[in-house]
Design a protein around this ligand. Structure first.
Ligand code: 28F
Length: 655
């Protein structure tokens, strides 16, 4: 069938081409993140259909040609002809920027941020899109393509033909296959782990929905994975606490709705304390992780503090004369997931992952204040309530001890400032915007680094022993540890509640360790320290890992360095009669070599540490650093092919 283009259609096409001109504005970036965002746009539509109660299964398949197929068993995108636009509903959804209804917050309410901007954006940035809709016994199909015309002009997301009925079916739902355009994206290969983790997260956030993930590019038994959690957030918290020791059997769970109609805010909470000291609150809005927190987290924390203090007074754990316990005390060892569904969400913050809506705070406070007290008061839950109160009282005592230790440490560091800073070779320049701090494993490498660096802006802090595993320690012990103290002093920011990013003395904090097991362990310990006590240092992008070369290839006077095996193979392919040196550690390099390969900003390659999936990092940090030995062993043997912290560093992006 011939498609007769109308004036309206031309306007539509211009709309999609606008997306090509500024892809970043619509999907964030044209790198790996933006690429995955394409998939999340389509998956979000399927999740919406499931959240509305019409779909129970969602599958994602990465095909061999890097195209991706997403399928749900919902009602199917409407196939009827749109009254004004005279094209099918499917075509409207895939060609109209911000197509009405589903994506404008009105009919569906819950949609926001970058998510949900729509299928048309995906179409605009794809080589092709194929949509199949199964509904009322019939199967329909439409294909869109992007192509370059004879004048070199790119037309994007153009339908080959109108929606076509292609057969009969008993199934129901929507199936979409798209191939991101190589002319737009730096890479079109989606990452298996990134996709798997997000689908697992969505499965926790949308209880009972089956997510099936198949990666046809691989042929092992992990090619297909399924995620389905009947317990939803409760299962999520159980998973996060899996390698810790919970203080009571079952996570606490409650939900409530604040307000009515379109303005109604759905609040859902699952929480469980463990015997550790870390606080792990994960929050989401409309299934989007709010890594930087925001109003909903603030509301959760203030209401929790109030409700718990009231409870402690009512049952006499706190007497009239006693001061109230602090919020931190009630959050020691707390693992919680907070999930909100609301319309018109506003994001703020450094990475636009902080919820700004003030009504979200009120909503969470109200739901926690209504729902939590009856759970605590329930006699069946006496163990639970006592455990939480008991933990908080102990935390308060420890906090008081820590406060003393801290002021002691401050005094002490004033006294001992000389030897403490003595370890640090500071740079001569005072510009925090360009200065760099290298934390270097071992004294000998530290020595080379001190001689090899550009002392105008590079400071070196050598680590003697292994840094403390802070996962198993309270604050006061962290403050007693020499390695930790010299890092804290060097950074200038303070730690924990006292952390102040603006006092950071360096723009880049670079971990430099050997490429062996020991080096990996030191890296993991340092990252754990930063994660627990200076998280903003990571989230604001100041933490890096240096990448020393693994090999030196020498032919005559010419020297080349290779940073991994692939690079070595490429390098040595053409040349004969060379000598090869494998570096076992940083210490084997002389100062000049270290400068040339690892320190010099012109040649070096740094890896920036990021936390995309804080829940996963959290799980991994406790798994690798916590005190349960069995699961850790299992994890390491299961992943014996990469060294154990590489998985932590998976969360890390190469710049
Ligand atoms: C593989 C990705 O995109 N699933 C979708 C639906 C269902 C409806 C719909 C979608 C109506 C007015 C736009 C059906 N019947 N999976 C998906 N399933 N979109 S996307 O409606 C689109 C809006 O303008 C649907 C009744 N109402 C809605």
């Amino acid at each position: 069938m011939q498609h007769n283009y109308t004036v309206d259609d031309i306007r539509v096409m211009e709309g999609l081409e606008a997306v090509r001109v500024r892809p970043g504005m619509y999907i964030g970036s044209t790198g790996s993140r933006g690429l995955h965002h394409m998939l999340w746009e389509i998956v979000d539509n399927a999740v919406d259909e499931a959240a509305n109660g019409y779909a129970s299964e969602i599958s994602v398949t990465i095909n061999k040609d890097n195209s991706v197929t997403v399928e749900d068993n919902g009602r199917g995108i409407p196939v009827g002809i749109h009254e004004k636009l005279h094209i099918s509903g499917v075509e409207v959804v895939y060609t109209q920027l911000h197509a009405g209804g589903k994506f404008d917050n009105e009919a569906y309410g819950y949609s926001g941020g970058l998510h949900g901007v729509g299928a048309s954006v995906v179409n605009a940035l794809s080589e092709f899109v194929e949509v199949e809709v199964a509904t009322a016994g019939k199967l329909y199909r439409i294909r869109f393509r992007s192509y370059e015309d004879s004048d070199g002009k790119i037309h994007s997301g153009v339908a080959d033909a109108p929606l076509e009925e292609i057969g009969r079916t008993r199934r129901q739902g929507t199936k979409v296959t798209f191939l991101p355009d190589k002319r737009v994206f730096e890479t079109v290969e989606m990452n298996n782990e990134v996709v798997a983790k997000r689908l697992r997260e969505l499965a926790y956030l949308n209880k009972g929905v089956l997510f099936r993930f198949t990666d046809l590019r691989r042929r092992d038994e992990d090619r297909t994975r399924e995620y389905k959690y009947e317990g939803g957030l409760v299962d999520f918290v159980t998973y996060l606490n899996a390698d810790k020791t919970p203080l009571y059997q079952e996570p606490i769970y409650f939900r409530g709705i604040y307000g009515t109609g379109k303005e109604g805010i759905i609040v859902e909470v699952a929480m469980q304390h463990n015997d550790g000291y870390a606080e792990s609150v994960f929050s989401y809005v409309n299934n989007i992780p709010t890594t930087e927190g925001g109003t909903h987290e603030t509301g959760f924390k203030s209401a929790l503090t109030k409700v718990m203090n009231d409870y402690c007074r009512r049952v006499g754990i706190l007497k009239d004369k006693d001061a109230s316990l602090s919020g931190e005390d009630f959050r020691e060892g707390l693992t919680a997931v907070l999930s909100l569904k609301m319309s018109s969400i506003q994001f703020e913050g450094q990475t636009k992952t902080k919820l700004g809506n003030t009504e979200a705070r009120t909503a969470v406070e109200s739901v926690v204040t209504d729902e939590l007290p009856p759970i605590l008061e329930n006699l069946k839950n006496a163990d639970l309530s006592n455990a939480i109160a008991d933990k908080a009282v102990k935390a308060a005592r420890a906090r008081e001890a820590a406060r003393k230790a801290k002021s002691m440490a401050r005094e002490k560091s004033k006294l001992e400032n000389a030897p403490l800073v003595g370890k640090l070779s500071s740079c001569t320049g005072r510009n925090a915007e360009i200065n760099e701090l290298f934390i270097v494993e071992g004294d000998s490498a530290g020595g080379s680094a001190k001689q090899g660096r550009d002392r105008r802006f590079q400071a070196i802090l050598p680590l003697r022993g292994k840094p403390l595993n802070v996962e198993k320690r309270r604050l006061e012990q962290v403050l007693e540890n020499d390695e930790c103290r010299s890092i804290i002093t060097a950074l200038g920011t303070g730690i924990g509640e006292d952390f102040e990013l603006k006092n950071l003395k360096y723009n880049k904090v670079i971990i430099l360790s050997d490429a062996d097991q020991d080096g990996a362990h030191i890296r993991a310990l340092l990252l754990t320290f930063f994660y627990r006590y200076t998280r903003e240092l990571i989230t604001s992008g100041h933490v890096y890992m240096g990448m020393p070369p693994l090999y030196k290839v020498q032919k005559g006077k010419e020297v080349f360095y290779a940073y991994d095996d692939a690079e070595l193979n490429k390098l040595t392919k053409g040349i004969k009669g060379y000598t090869l040196q494998r570096y076992k550690g940083l210490g084997e390099m002389n100062p000049e070599q270290l400068w040339e390969t690892t320190l010099n900003p012109e040649n070096r390659s740094l890896v920036q540490v990021t936390i995309d999936d804080a829940a996963y990092v959290e799980h991994l940090v406790t798994l690798l650093m916590g005190d349960k030995v069995a699961p850790r062993k299992e994890y390491i043997t299961e992943h014996a092919d990469f060294n154990k912290v590489d998985t932590f560093e998976e969360r890390i992006k190469t710049e």
